[in-house]
Design a protein around this ligand. Sequence first.
Ligand SMILES: Nc1ncnc2c1ncn2[C@@H]1O[C@H](COP(=O)(O)OP(=O)(O)OP(=O)(O)O)[C@@H](O)[C@H]1O
Length: 343
Amino acid sequence: MQNARIRAIVTNMTIAEILVDYPVVQDFFVNYNLQDLQKKFTVAQALEEIPQEQLDEFGLDGFSLTEELVKFMATLVNNREEKEKIHNITIIGGRNKQGEAENVTLTIAAGEVVSIVGPTGSGKSRLLGDIECLAQCDTPTKRQILINDHALTDEERFDMGNKMVAQLSQNMNFVMDLNVAEFLAMHAKSRLCESAEQVIQQCFVCANELAGEKFTMDTKVTQLSGGQSRALMIADTAYMSSSPIVLIDEIENAGIDRKQAISLLTENEKIVLISTHDPLLALSADKRIVIKNGGIHKIMETSDEEIESLSDIEKLDAVMLAVRQQLRHGERVSSLKLDLSDD
Ligand SMILES: Nc1ncnc2c1ncn2[C@@H]1O[C@H](COP(=O)(O)OP(=O)(O)OP(=O)(O)O)[C@@H](O)[C@H]1O
């Protein structure tokens, strides 16, 4: 299966495109004295341009050379994926804003959702920031993050090719002037997605379901609203990203279907941490970290009673959503009918 995926890349992508995602493939070409292949062509097209004698030197023909390249890239991708397999992360406490020790060690397993709650300015985003940079006692909080029970070397931390953490922050700024279709196609390609067309379509449909206002494949990503771009990034992270850790900062401001967004992200054994002021999100998590004065004050499992109260919170939430819609559409807010009794 893996080889079929790689073969599709070698067959369909130009050498220039392959080198963007796998720069080390240049070493493969150098080994066969093929560093001057025309980069604008696919491998097969480029090989047609070079004299057969040059391949004979290595006892190869175009077909076997392509097969060698597929094998080389499969090893590369396997190594990358093996490195990215994360079973748990551990947060080792540092110090709060007053310099007092946090005295906590929290391990979060793959598939778990943890919310981070606390007053404004208490340090929720800082905790997400510590995880994002895989802090090693070198941030203002002095926290340390372990991956699979191990501290990380600087090389592992900063290895951009080995993207362990996907961060969905409050403001998504797109720098490239692509439309939604081009943006998703670029991601599908660089992440070696099988059945790229299908995944792109899935992402698009899902992002539109999550977003309040609809957008099309032709919409420029720079023209998406905050909610739409957040919805697009959530769908993209859920369907295409191999990052095992997902950090979400204040999803409630984005005007998207939060519950659906979270269940989408947890489907794939990801570790999800959400900083939130939203009771629905906070209680949908398996546990919550309570932050006070910049420190981890408490870690609480979501109780059975809290889980039961979720259905009431959902009803309240639906009422709030209806009021918000009325205001948005310039309507008068109708009298509220709150019925929290069991159906
Ligand atoms: N343990 C700490 N030591 C030193 N500075 C800290 C610590 N924790 C947080 N801070 C700093 O406090 C400030 C506020 O923290 P942060 O932005 O994380 O708050 P927040 O809870 O996310 O707020 P909001 O709910 O408004 O988004 C930041 O400048 C952050 O770097």
